[in-house]
Design a protein around this ligand. Structure first.
Ligand SMILES: [Fe+2]
Ligand SMILES: [Fe+2]
Length: 225
């Protein structure tokens, strides 16, 4: 399924695509597209292109938070060797992404300023069960969802970005796609029972957050209110 230009709202279809155009689906693993319950609405894409500075600043925030979430798992679950190695590697990669976004912001004269968090992560985390292993399973499923959505959004933005940013986002599509797989693997590893029902629950909550009206533009926000 590709973004059909003639199906886009007038404003977005009027935006010129760059020369490096490539359909999002050509970049995204099929398993990831099937995992998410909805694609990013065109209204969010339009909102992002109208807010290039906030997009970069909030993206930097997201990379930092992704590293911090992985670090907190490193502290809490010291008896799980695979989790420790995957989360340690992931935290390092997210911090590298953070450095890369901050460097891009500096080269473009974008001032790093404080932004309030979007409702997205909290909107998912409020459903996390209290006790392990259920707690950890939920946190890992949410990790997989956030990585998958980030990957999908980078891919959808690429056709509209300048070459430098598009090139950077193509590398992120690859690493966030891998992080999605790692989180899912770790979640499934926590129990011999199926976690599919729990995945379906969280993926549905996520789709609600992605498709419903939101007050402020952020990397993981819904659509303009
Ligand atoms: Fe990242
Ligand atoms: Fe990631």
């Amino acid at each position: 399924m590709s973004i059909q230009l003639n199906a886009l709202p007038k404003q977005l279809s009027a935006l010129p695509k760059a020369n490096h155009t490539i359909d999002a689906e050509d970049l995204l693993p099929e398993s990831l597209c099937q995992f998410l319950a909805c694609t990013t609405p065109d209204a969010w894409l339009q909102w992002a292109l109208e807010n290039p500075e906030t997009l970069l600043i909030d993206h930097a925030q997201c990379e930092k938070k992704a590293a911090s979430t992985a670090m907190s798992l490193l502290y809490r679950y010291v008896d799980q060797p695979l989790l420790l190695s995957k989360m340690s590697q992931l935290a390092r990669e997210e911090l590298l992404h953070f450095e890369q976004v901050v460097a891009l912001m500096e080269s473009r004269g974008v001032a790093y300023q404080h932004l309030t968090a979007s409702r997205y992560a909290e909107g998912l985390r409020r459903h996390v069960r209290s006790n392990d292993p259920e707690r950890l399973i939920d946190v890992l499923i949410i990790g997989a969802i956030i990585e998958a959505r980030s990957c999908e959004r980078f891919a959808r933005l690429i056709p509209y970005l300048d070459e430098e940013l598009a090139k950077f986002y193509r590398t992120l599509v690859k690493s966030e796609g891998r992080h999605f797989e790692d989180y899912l693997l770790l979640a499934r590893q926590q129990t011999s029972n199926s976690i599919d029902e729990r995945i379906t629950f969280f993926v549905a909550r996520e789709a609600e957050l992605i498709t419903s009206p939101d007050t402020a533009f952020r990397f993981h926000s819904g659509v303009p209110a």
